[in-house]
Design a protein around this ligand. Sequence first.
Ligand code: ADP
Length: 449
Amino acid sequence: MKLQTRINLLSTVLTLFIFIISFTSIYYLYKYLAYDTEYHRLQMDGDEMLAAISELDSAANIDTLLRSYIPQNGMIYIKDENNEAILRLQATMTVNKMDYAIEEGTRYTVSKWEGEPVMAIRYPMVWPDQSVVDVHLVQPLQEVSDNMAILKWILILITLLAIIPIYLASQLLVRLIVLPIQRLTSTMRQNIAQSRYDKLDAPADKKGEIAEMTYTYNSLMDKLEDSYNKQQQFVGNASHELKTPLTIIESYAMLLKRRGFKNEEINREALEAITSQTAQMKVMMEQMLELAKASETLQLKQEPISTTELLSGIIDSFQKAYKRKVNLQGDAFMFTTDVSKLRQLIFILLDNARKYSEEEINVSVMNGKEVTIQVRDYGTGIKEEDIPYIFDRFYRVNKDRNRQTGGTGLGLAIAKDFAELLGGSITVQSKIGEGTIFTITLPKGGRDA
Ligand code: ADP
C-alpha cells in the first residue's frame, strides 16, 4: 500500500476512533446524570409522600391521598410484609400494568417496559395500621429517553459530518509529508538515470524534519560529487604518473630489442633504468593502496602507548636504515591512538626531512590538551606559494629534482589522510633555505573519545 494511502487511512480511522470513544463517553455520562436527576426528583416526591402518610391515623381514603403523589405517568405499588399487593395506583389506567424490576442494594433500578426505560425506587414505611409495608415508586423515563435518542443522533451526525474535514485534513498532512519525499525520490531517480548530483530546493527555514532531510540529502550529493571528482582526478593523475615510468621502460625494452644484447653499456643502462622505474612504480602502487585504505575508518585499532616507546622505536629503525641523525626531545606520557598508522605517518615526515635536507632532524613531542608531535629539518624549505598544495595527491614542488629523490607526490597526501583518520590534523611551517616544521596534533584519548 502506498504511504499516501496509508497515512490517509490511518489518520482518518484514528480520528474517527477518538470521536467515537469521546462521543460514547459523552452519551453515557449524560445518561448517568439524567438518571441521577430523575432519581433525586423521585426521591423527593417519595419523602413528601412518607411525611403525608405518617400523619394519617387510618388507612381509609389513603388511596385518594396517594393518588396526588403518583409520579408522572408512573405508579405507586404497595406490598405488605408477605409480599402481597395492598395497593396499586397507576397514573394512566388505559395502559397495561406497568412492569418493572427492583434490585436489592442499589439506589434505583432502571428496567425496560414496552421499549421505554422505567425507574423504580423502594421505601419501607409504617402503614396507618402500624404494619410495615414496602412502597415502590415507579416512573417511566420517557423524556430522558427522548433526549438520549436526540443526543445519539446528533453525535452520530457530527461523527459522519466530521469525516469530511478529517479526510481533508489528512490529505493536507499527506501533502506535507509525502510531497517532499516524492520530490526527493524523483530527483534521486533522475540523478541515477543521468549520473548527476542534482540537489533539492532547500527551504529557507532550516528547522523541521523535512528541511533537515533536504539539507542532509543535499550535503550527501555534495559529498558524492566531491568524492567522484576527486576519484576522477586521482585516476587521471595516477595514470598520468604511471605513464612516465612505463614509457621509459618501454623505450629501453625496444632499444634492447633493436640493438640486441651485444652492447654491454646499453644493456647496463637499460637494465638500471628499468629496475629504478619498476621500483618507483612499486612505491607508487603501495602508496596508492595506503590512500585507498585510509578511508576505511572502521579498521582503526586504537591502544594506549607511551610517547617515548613510540618515537624512539621509529627513530631507531629510521637511523639504522638511512644513517641520518635524528634527535628526540620533549615529554614522556601515555596516549591512545592507532600506533601502526601514526608510525607510518611519522615515517613519511622523517623520510621527507631526509630527502629534502642534509643536516640533522629534530623530533619533539609536547603534552598539552592534545598531543603535539613535530618533525623539523634544516633543509631546502618550501616556497610559500607551494605550501597550500603540498598535501594534494601527486603534487611535487620540483618534479625533476624529486624524480631523483624518488618522490611520488603521494607521501604528504597519505600523511594528511592518516592524521585526519586518527582524529587529528597536520600543519606545516616552512622557509626557503631555513627548513621545514611539520606539526601533527592528535586527541589524547584517541579518535571519537
Ligand atoms: P614526494 O614523494 O615528492 O616527497 P610528498 O607528498 O611527500 O611527495 O611531498 C610533496 C612535496 O612537498 C614534495 O615534492 C616536496 O617538494 C615538498 N616537501 C615535502 N616535505 C618537505 C620537506 N621536509 N622539505 C622541503 N620540501 C618538502
